[in-house]
Design a binder for this molecule. Structure first.
Ligand code: SF4
Ligand code: SF4
Length: 230
């Protein structure tokens, strides 16, 4: 849907503008650099509008790869979506995002989801690696904790950009509800895979109840980390 694509691009741009203004006004310089990618092992949640927008930006070979990964993740989510610690375990397993290039850079960087745009830190990037903060002990833990400021959180990530990305995602969901009548929210690769499935597209075209039914049949609906239709 063209109107939604435009809305996604506008929301991305607006979040980046607000984040840049916040960083400037607080004199903060993120450590985030091209090729730094520990945060790309986390579970990324996007809406259907962002998934459709992202798919349209990917090279065919990358899209095919993302769909393959998505098919596997579908099974993982169907199995574990009720586990309260699923997202933590997922991160610790260091599942790379299928859009991560061999050079450690996002192959869709200008079009990356809101959830990715909100993850920034001004501390050393090694704290972002899966399990590093959890394993800190003694002097190393004290050194880490001494660097945390009121503007950090969760953990050592910058709080304001993180919260702004969540608010932007909420606004985009509301816009999608207005335009499409509802939205579907779920894990990035699984969503990219589903968008290629004829029966999923038919369910979306038929409306929220059909979409819920489809996702329920796939064992993706609900749970703490499953898909959501609303
Ligand atoms: S959040 Fe951490 S891992 Fe991600 S780009 Fe920034 S410093 Fe690197
Ligand atoms: S979409 Fe890009 S920035 Fe986001 S997790 Fe994937 S590779 Fe990283």
């Amino acid at each position: 849907m063209q109107a939604l694509d435009q809305e996604v691009a506008r929301t991305h741009h607006e979040l980046d503008r607000r984040t840049a203004a916040y960083l400037r006004s607080h004199g903060l310089e993120p450590s985030c650099r091209k090729g730094c990618h520990f945060c790309c092992y986390a579970m990324v949640v996007i809406s259907l509008a962002e998934a459709e927008y992202l798919r349209a930006q990917l090279e065919p070979s990358r899209l095919a790869e993302a769909e393959q990964v998505g098919q596997k993740r579908l099974m993982q989510i169907a199995r574990d979506k009720h586990q309260p610690n699923f997202a933590t375990e997922y991160f610790l397993q260091a599942n790379p995002c299928p859009l991560l290039g061999a050079d450690g850079a996002c192959c869709a960087y200008p079009h990356r989801p809101l959830a990715c745009r909100g993850v920034l830190t001004d501390l050393d990037a090694h704290y972002c690696a899966p399990g590093v903060v959890l394993r800190l002990r003694g002097k190393n833990k004290s050194q880490y904790q001494a660097q945390l400021k009121p503007y950090h959180g969760p953990e050592h990530y910058l709080e304001v950009p993180w919260q702004s990305s969540q608010r932007s995602a909420q606004q985009l969901w509301e816009k999608e509800q207005e335009v499409r009548g509802f939205t579907v929210i779920g894990e990035l690769a699984t969503m990219i895979y589903l968008c290629a499935q004829e029966d999923f597209r038919r369910a979306v075209a038929a409306g929220p109840q059909a979409s819920k039914h489809y996702l329920k049949m796939q064992k993706l609906l609900g749970g703490e980390w499953g898909f959501w239709v609303g």
